[in-house]
Design a protein around this ligand. Structure first.
Ligand SMILES: Cc1cc2nc3c(=O)[nH]c(=O)nc-3n(C[C@H](O)[C@H](O)[C@H](O)COP(=O)(O)OP(=O)(O)OC[C@H]3O[C@@H](n4cnc5c(N)ncnc54)[C@H](O)[C@@H]3O)c2cc1C
Length: 368
């Protein structure tokens, strides 16, 4: 067994896990960050709103963020409440412009910042199993009979929508949203760009150029409204893209048969998010509909907040309780804002997707 005994083990090296690890290490804690690299692609989440600079500044990495190879997000152009488009200029934000990032590069950068802050990063493809031994957690690969174990009194699970090694993984889901995403090449253009958002009959779309001459187009709809077979899903996507206005114009220069990837995108809350010496942070605790546009900034803020709470002098159980309260309140607030936003576009359409948004989405409609 490894002799290392960190104060905190963080499992999952996305924005929430890296922020917590950096915050804790900067405060003098001994931290191990367990990074299981994804086997295919990266997470969606390339459009970063300008408020991201608040948690990045707290972690001391905002200046480097601004020098990353991203595009500047000039603002939004949307067709939501009505068919006409509305432009919102990012210039007026007190935080500066947002960014369009290369998500894999951004995550690799966060991990490198964690290492620079003194975090020990363990990279492994193995799925960890957790066991409790007295006041410690032992995290290791069961096949290796305890060798190369991480031993720590505290574990933060920052595994995103995946369940992670500790605790029951049941989540309450507020809706059935899924994303179909298409990534493709886009001719290089100016450094400043808009995010395009368009409400449509069976869901809504977003599209944006990305660094390195790439672009993303995403269609968000309810999973049960999609055909089952993948070929039929592709047709469904293409047929609906053909009747959009903003997104169709944007996608004109893309090759016709790019692959699609699917991703869950619903708002969910983990029912049990903390226990003896462990807690979930970021999307491991609550996931958000991408309409919120706040996923990455919020995950960074939550990681930084958890680090602050742990080193803040209260008992660990009080710190975890305070985190859970904030997490639940933020989620309720998110559901309310989401309900209001969807209801603005809903009168334009009579499809199942929008009828559900008129009636179902809201804090009181959480269902397993
Ligand atoms: C379709 C879609 C589009 C989105 N677009 C945006 C956007 O444009 N802008 C934005 O700000 N947000 C966006 N989001 C939300 C954003 O991606 C998330 O809010 C954010 O990634 C959450 O960060 P996290 O660190 O909590 O989780 P994640 O980013 O999911 O990170 C979790 C990490 O843990 C790892 N992991 C999982 N299981 C294990 C395990 N057992 N052991 C070790 N590691 C593990 C994963 O590989 C991953 O590296 C979008 C979400 C969706 C679904």
């Amino acid at each position: 067994m490894d002799a290392r005994a960190p104060d905190v083990a963080v499992v999952g090296a996305g924005p929430a896990g890296c922020a917590a690890a950096i915050g804790l290490a900067r405060a003098g804690c001994d931290v191990v960050l367990y990074h299981r690299p994804r086997t295919s692609g990266s997470n969606p989440g390339e459009i970063i709103e300008s408020r991201v600079r608040v948690p990045l500044a707290e972690l001391g990495i905002d200046v480097v963020f601004d020098s990353l190879d991203s595009l500047a997000l000039a603002g939004n152009v949307s067709s939501w409440d009505e068919e006409d488009t509305v432009a919102a200029d990012g210039m007026v934000s007190p935080y500066g412009l947002g960014a369009l990032i290369d998500r894999s590069g951004f995550e690799a950068w966060l991990i490198s910042e964690a290492e620079r802050a003194g975090v020990a990063v363990v990279r492994s493809g193995k799925r960890l199993r957790a066991e409790r031994s007295g006041a410690l957690w032992l995290l290791g690969d069961p096949a290796e009979r305890g060798r190369r174990c991480i031993v720590a009194p505290l574990v933060l699970q920052a595994t995103g929508r995946a369940s992670g090694p500790i605790g029951p993984s049941e989540r309450s889901a507020a809706d059935r949203l899924v994303a179909l995403l298409m990534y493709g090449p886009m001719p290089d253009g100016p450094r400043e760009h808009n995010l395009l958002i368009e409400a449509a009959k069976d869901g809504w779309w977003y599209a944006a150029p990305l660094p390195h001459g790439r672009a993303v187009i995403a269609f968000l709809t309810d999973g049960d409204l999609l055909p089952r077979a993948w070929a039929a899903k592709k047709r469904y996507f293409r047929d609906r893209l053909a009747v959009t206005r903003l997104i169709r114009a944007f996608s004109k220069s893309l090759p016709p048969d790019l692959p699609l990837v699917g991703h869950p995108a619903n708002s969910t809350l983990r029912q049990m998010m903390r226990g003896n010496g462990w807690a979930c942070i970021g999307e491991a605790a609550a996931s958000y509909d991408p309409l919120s546009g706040r996923g990455v900034p919020l995950a960074l803020s939550k990681g930084a907040a958890m680090a602050r709470l742990i080193v803040g002098g209260d008992s660990i159980s009080r710190a975890f309780e305070a985190y859970e309260q904030a997490e639940r309140a933020t989620f309720e607030d998110h559901l309310e804002q989401q309900r209001v936003t969807y209801r603005r576009a809903a009168p334009r359409f009579s499809s199942t997707f929008w009828t559900r948004r008129k009636n179902e989405v809201g804090a009181t409609h959480l269902a397993r």
